[in-house]
Write a protein that binds this ligand. Structure first.
Ligand SMILES: CC(C)(COP(=O)(O)OP(=O)(O)OC[C@H]1O[C@@H](n2cnc3c(N)ncnc32)[C@H](O)[C@@H]1OP(=O)(O)O)[C@@H](O)C(=O)NCCC(=O)NCCS
Length: 195
């Protein structure tokens, strides 16, 4: 059963300064979620290396952050083209810690990631997931994705239209909120401690 929650955390873009916290988030995934996220049983070491290197690779990382801890993330990794031309396709992946699953955070992350992709000129998003990953398949379907079965996994293909005024405005507003949120968090850390 789906539980609708009002979440106290914020969604914001992650950057290289979040690499350690991103690694901690991925390492906190329970074994089943880890298996679903990486489609295999990866060691802690491999996951840490993957997370710490994530911000040196092209892409967008979005985090759901509660009390300074990244509790969920969405990643958008564009295809690398040999001729260095602008990518038309990107792969998206999501991770929500177990206690927050089925509370719509995955769907909200997907909406934001799709928004970033569209305004960046990406025309197709690919979501890879295991056959038993019903939630991820529902997310793909929710955003108009076409599901196909390919060598033991499902691929959700979401074709994106060209950006329009509304999609650009929405993406811009999200960026603006991110900035305000960062400024407020920074101000909070500068406040003198109570005596
Ligand atoms: C897959 C994942 C990202 C989904 O995020 P979530 O916040 O848990 O899911 P949501 O609450 O947004 O629900 C997504 C969809 O699944 C449906 N759903 C939720 N729980 C369900 C359940 N127990 N059975 C069937 N459908 C379910 C929701 O109704 C929603 O579909 P809808 O839009 O058609 O209503 C998250 O569960 C997760 O991180 N899992 C582990 C890692 C993983 O699988 N990553 C994806 C591979 S890249």
């Amino acid at each position: 059963m789906l539980h609708e929650h009002i979440h106290p955390g914020v969604m914001r873009r992650l950057n290289v300064g979040d690499a350690e916290a991103f690694a901690e988030h991925l390492l906190r995934l329970d074994p089943v979620s880890r298996q679903m996220r990486f489609e295999g049983a990866l060691s802690d070491d491999t996951i840490r290396k993957y997370a710490l290197g994530a911000f040196n690779r092209p892409g967008v990382h979005l985090g759901y952050v509660e009390n300074g801890m990244i509790r969920a993330a969405g990643e958008l990794v564009p295809e690398v083209r040999k001729d260095f031309s602008w990518p038309a396709e990107a792969e998206a992946a999501f991770s929500v810690e177990k206690h927050l699953q089925e509370g719509r955070i995955g769907t909200r992350l997907a909406e934001r990631i799709i928004g970033y992709a569209r305004v960046s000129g990406i025309r197709r998003i690919v979501l890879n997931c295991l056959p038993q990953n019903v939630r991820m398949q529902r997310i793909a379907a929710h955003f108009g994705g076409e599901l196909r079965y390919l060598e033991g996994e499902y691929q959700g293909i979401i074709e994106l239209g060209a950006p329009n005024l509304a999609t650009c405005l929405r993406a811009g507003l999200h960026e603006g909120f991110d900035l305000v949120d960062r400024a407020l968090n920074f101000a909070e850390t500068m406040r003198p401690a109570p005596r």
